[in-house]
Design a protein around this ligand. Sequence first.
Ligand code: GTP
Length: 601
Amino acid sequence: TPPELIRNFCIIAHIDHGKSTLADRMLQLTGVVEERAMRAQYLDRMDIERERGITIKSQAVRLPWAAPGRDGKTIDHVLNLIDTPGHVDFTYEVSRSLAACEGAVLLVDAAQGIEAQTLANLYLALENDLHVIPVLNKIDLPAAQPERYAEEIAHIIGGSPDDVLRVSGKTGAGVKELLDKVVAEIPPPVGDADAPARAMIFDSVYDIYRGVITYIRVIDGKITPRERIQMMSTRAIHELLEVGVISPEPIPTVGLGVGEVGYLITGVKDVRQSKVGDTITSAAKGATVPLGGYRDPRPMVYSGLYPLDGSDYPLLRDALDKLRLNDAALTYEPETSAALGFGYRCGYLGLLHMEITRDRLEREFGLDLISTTPNVVYRVTMEDTTTHVVTNPSDWPSGKIRDIVEPIVRCTIISPSEYIGTIMELCQSRRGSLGGMDYLSETRVELRYTMPLGEIIFDFFDALKSRTRGYASLDYEEIGMQEADLVKVDILLQGEAVDAFSAIVHKDSAYGYGVSMTAKLRELIPRQQFEVPIQAAVGSRVIARETIRAMRKDVLAKCYGGDITRKRKLLEKQKEGKKRMKMVGRVEVPQEAFIAALSTD
Ligand code: GTP
């Protein structure tokens, strides 16, 4: 297809504003999916995505669309709809999907208005110089207020409220007009057809039958099947087995030219060999300068993952090895904990990534898991100028520390204006500093904060939601590192540190953490035959203490003398119980106590 007849676009929206439903209507209207074969949310392939109603992996579909061309005559065009993942954790992947497009449909729920992710994605689209088509969705809803929210949108992106298209993904109203507008307004791709091939990878997914399927957008030149290609970031060379387009099933083609979007298969088995953002070129006479914007995926949040049943450890390892094939951002290495046994220290892009990974491990591999309190990556410089990168409280260096830096993020919060006070209070208590505030309309406000990522990953989102009765939305992006006064708090049982409970917290929160953790453990750990002190300490300084009083647990007292079988049975039972006990020094702790202590906050 000549570039003039191609339009590459994506739909950007806040979660639940109806992106997938609208995409489904587009598939139907363009005849790519027959009415009968249509199933809800055709593009969301993974079950888990469907259940959670979120899109994790982007996909691209090619839609034929006859629309009036520049001279008014109807011409067959090719629209490539590139699906973008919807959550903050995947900002980098979103930015690569956007970079594969010339335009974006900005979709806003006509009953909700602009939300934090709408704005975050809009900014990303503008950074990528995309042409933005504003659209209000769900106009069939009785609660829809298209006039009001068209104003809001016009206020943000400029132009008149009348330019905001109104559609319903449910009834299909306005979708034809939208596709015509995509052709009329979004510029066609430009590139040099005679230059060495350059194509950008905007997604890669692992398929058990075919290996890795790489989604690309060709910028210059042409990619043809049977040639050898090179990944420019690693210089690795692969044989091309197949090149094609998705419409909506994969269809092999004779090649992809300037501006085209499609997939390729090389036989690699691991998405790490086909990285999002990387540039593909021909192995022979290839390009020398890669496309801009490539970045290695970098975990932002770390947490320990342990099987509840220690004998599941090998299963967990196999499961992680399998997940990794499909997830270039997931990292893990073995870790042992006195409290929890053998497990893995895993690195994630963010909290949602962490939740999804754990969910998949439990669901797809039948594992029961416990995860330890997540933490971010700290850089600690010592007096002697050595530097430690700390992803685990147990790696916190001892000795004289000169300074500590932690990652900080810029947050965007959108909320009804009546909650401004309570939101500010919350953000301040999490060491946030207000960067600015704008009214989207008389009743809705956007607040911008700079905040340590470490303060967000615990329960910030939940706290925000509950303080605003669910009305506030949040988005954040990492903006760098900043010095912070942090300490490591250890929790000691009879003088022994329990690794799973060590935490790195701000100096001002150390006492609070110590008090709540020691109190919680006192409730959870059963009495022993001797007194057990529970202490919270920063270095050698104890900052909180509780005591579990001694109790004599005499199982045999119940056996009035003679009955030896009953006695044996009881002893057996006690041994059974002991198996699930963990020893911390001399103290026996049921594993349930650790689990309860970790999962209640
Ligand atoms: P993510 O993939 O999580 O970003 O969600 P999404 O934006 O793709 O939203 P989705 O298409 O899953 O729609 C969210 C909900 O809104 C679903 O319950 C849809 O049935 C409903 N919905 C979507 N479009 C419309 C519409 O035009 N009218 C009405 N009444 N409901 C809609």
